[in-house]
Design a binder for this molecule. Structure first.
Ligand code: SF4
Length: 352
């Protein structure tokens, strides 16, 4: 029996690709990559794998791709899509990583749920071929949903897969996928969940603003932890080279606390509920003025007293440093001067 490693996005197309192979007797292992930008629906990998297996009969392996993905984000050889999505380089990376796992996982070939012509950037025939080449997957990569429209691959030539029983879907319509799902007995389609935040117009604006902007992130090597911070909260530069993120609710406060690094400072209100402030140095020095501005921002978004932001105690904790002092809330004009882009980031489902 042959074994296929299927790049799995959790969407209908990759489910169909896996099932099309399974009905031919190919043993399938689905590979789901996660980063801070996509696959947020995975959550706990073991639970996720159990749920997919129960629902679709497909075994799934979850792998974290965050650190490798950072290299792609810093300098994508094929550039970005309409927003901050480096789709072609993203696919090359995923395929390369998957190919490197073939021997370890005992798989004979790779498969994806791609459909020729479905996406303008990464699913044109020429882009698909260059992705194959650059990932070192020439001949090894089968696209079961549109295989009959592509050159025969090694698994087809070796008789590991029957080409006649593969698909010939193309274009952006979904009718073919719906018919195929019905023929495979798949009646419940996965709800789009998580999505790829890099396709979000607001996140794109945020990166454009931040990378060359007030936080001067381009001067430091962007780490995955910094990107995680950019995905939520309110952002400010309370001083040169200093970056303050405020949680907008308890959930964001908890996320911020979990992202704290040893060198970060945490700011909290003492007398009334308020945002957690996470202050990070990007090469800047914490001065009394920047600390006052950061504490003033925390108080500005703390619970109001008689409808007004009032002075109050703010506790500041850093490495070997703890202090509690009374500060005044920052007024609107000063806050705006220190403000970054504040849109809510939603993301769209990864097309692949
Ligand atoms: S949309 Fe999909 S292919 Fe594009 S960057 Fe996001 S996860 Fe990668």
């Amino acid at each position: 029996m042959s074994r296929a490693l299927v790049l799995f996005s959790g969407g209908l197309d990759s489910i169909l690709a896996a099932r099309l192979l399974m009905v031919q007797g190919v043993e399938v292992l689905a590979l789901r990559f996660v980063t801070p930008f996509f696959a947020a629906d995975v959550g706990d990998p073991e639970r996720y794998a159990a749920a997919i297996r129960k629902k679709y009969g497909i075994p799934v392996l979850v792998r974290d791709l965050s650190h490798d993905f950072m290299g792609v984000l810093r300098a994508p050889a094929h550039g970005f899509g309409r927003n901050f999505n480096p789709c072609i380089d993203c696919k090359i990376l995923m395929l390369r990583k998957a190919r490197e796992l073939l021997a370890e996982l005992g798989a004979d070939f790779l498969a994806t749920g791609e459909v020729l012509g479905q996406r303008p950037m990464s699913q044109r025939r020429d882009a698909m071929r260059s992705i194959e080449r650059e990932s070192g997957c020439e001949g090894l990569l089968l696209r079961p949903l549109c295989a009959q429209l592509m050159q025969p691959t090694e698994p087809e030539q070796k008789g590991l897969v029957d080409r006649e029983r593969l698909g010939s879907l193309s274009g952006r319509g979904r009718t073919g996928q719906q018919q195929l799902a019905a023929s495979l007995g798949i009646t419940e389609y996965p709800a789009p969940a998580g999505g790829c935040l890099l396709t979000d117009v607001n996140l794109c604006a945020r990166f454009r603003h931040f990378a060359p902007g007030i936080f001067n992130l381009s001067s430091v090597e962007m780490q995955v932890e910094s990107f995680r911070l950019l995905l939520f909260g309110r952002h400010f530069a309370p001083g040169p080279g200093l970056w303050l993120t405020l949680g907008r609710d308890q959930g964001e406060n908890d996320r911020l606390a979990a992202l704290r690094e040893p060198e970060d400072w945490l700011l909290t209100t003492v007398e009334r509920p308020g945002p957690l402030g996470l202050l990070r140095s990007l090469g800047g020095t914490l001065t009394e003025a920047s600390l006052t501005a950061a504490a003033g921002l925390v108080l500005r978004y703390a619970k109001k007293v008689n409808g007004r932001a009032e002075p109050g105690l703010v506790r500041i904790r850093g490495k070997g440093f703890e202090r509690e002092s009374c500060f005044a809330p920052l007024d609107e004009e000063s806050a705006q001067e220190l403000q970054g882009v504040q849109e809510t980031v939603r993301g769209r489902t990864c097309p692949d």
